[in-house]
Design a protein around this ligand. Structure first.
Ligand code: UDP
Ligand code: MG
Length: 310
């Protein structure tokens, strides 16, 4: 019998975890032709998530858990789950039931019968989300389409089912700064996109503030595009041309009309503008450098404190 591993990152999800367990076991019951393992990854929760996991594992040997020594972030939790999953197929799913487990049979059909390597989901609506967040999310995907070669689907969720081959390819990308949405696109293969309406969280609250998301999007840009690095070179070239043009203009004007000394305001504007562009460019460089710095340090992506995995 083929094994499906369901990887679930959990950060302060004590309220919703029992509900999730009920739903996922119901779905597993509807797919008797497969064996299941539920790999719950506790991302350093401060509430009772870990004891809920221990409880679930005590009553059901399909439940495996792994607990981090601190909060490493969802990307690390996903990586840990993927690297410890043994399944022939691996599903990634949020604990909050925003990723309906009931879609699993349909995803499995796409892989088994239609020959896809991966079945992924995207939301077609962003109902229930603050409008400003939707606005920036759309801009982000629009920008990424233009500046990155890696394909990133608008509204894509991390909820997906993958073949073992797909997972092994993902695991080969052992980078420290993990931006999953990009990694999924980067490895290629054939992905079927299933669309569904946004579902609200079953209980508990979102872990993503607007700022956290903004920083995350910058991470995505740095990880999957080199275009910002070219901005400085481009702006530099533009200003050189402009300066050349201006030089000729000033010389000719001085030759014809003489040179009445004036123009302090225009001088200040120029200095501020160019200074600003220089600082911005250094900032962009710094952003890439800091990511490189973290990458070369080769720190582990997560540290496991407790697990019932062999
Ligand atoms: N999560 C995590 N570590 C974090 C933040 C979130 O493992 O630092 C998990 C969280 O428990 C949930 C999933 O990632 O299962 C998605 O988080 P959330 O529902 O808060 O995000 P949203 O659905 O609002 O984007
Ligand atoms: Mg959620």
């Amino acid at each position: 019998m083929k094994l499906i591993s369901v990887v679930v990152p959990c950060y302060n999800e004590e309220e919703v975890l029992p509900l999730f367990y009920r739903e996922i076991t119901r779905t597993a019951g509807e797919m008797p032709e497969y064996e299941f393992e539920f790999l719950l990854v506790d991302d350093g929760s401060g509430d009772g998530t870990l004891s809920v996991m221990r409880g679930l594992a005590g009553g059901d040997e399909r439940v495996k858990y792994l607990s981090f020594s601190r909060n490493f972030g969802k990307e690390s939790a996903l990586y840990a789950g993927l690297s410890r999953a043994r399944g022939d197929y691996v599903a990634l799913m949020d604990a909050d039931l925003q990723d309906p487990p009931a879609l699993l049979p349909e995803m499995m059909r796409a892989i088994q019968e239609e020959g896809y390597d991966c079945a992924a989901t995207r939301r077609v609506t962003r109902r229930g989300e603050p409008p400003i967040r939707s606005f920036f999310a759309r801009r982000f995907y629009g920008l990424m389409r233009r500046i990155s070669k890696t394909e990133m689907m608008d509204g894509a969720r991390d909820y997906r089912l993958m073949t073992r081959q797909f997972v092994d390819a993902l695991l080969e990308l052992g980078e420290y700064n993990r931006f999953s949405k990009g990694l999924f696109g980067w490895v290629g293969f054939r992905t079927k996109w299933l669309e569904y309406e946004n579902v609200e969280r079953a209980a508990g609250e979102t872990k993503w503030s607007f700022w956290k998301l903004l920083l995350y999007s910058i991470e995505g840009i740095v990880a999957f595009s080199e275009a910002p690095l070219a901005v400085a070179a481009f702006a530099g070239l533009l200003f050189c041309l402009l300066a050349l043009f201006f030089l000729v203009f000033v010389l000719v004007r001085a030759a014809i009309f003489g040179d009445p000394v004036a123009g302090w305001p225009s001088m200040m504007c120029t200095i501020l503008l160019i200074g600003g562009i220089q600082l911005f460019s250094i900032g962009v460089l710094g952003e890439y450098l800091s990511k490189t710095y973290l990458e070369v340090k080769k720190r582990p992506i997560y540290i496991c404190k407790e697990t019932n995995l062999p």
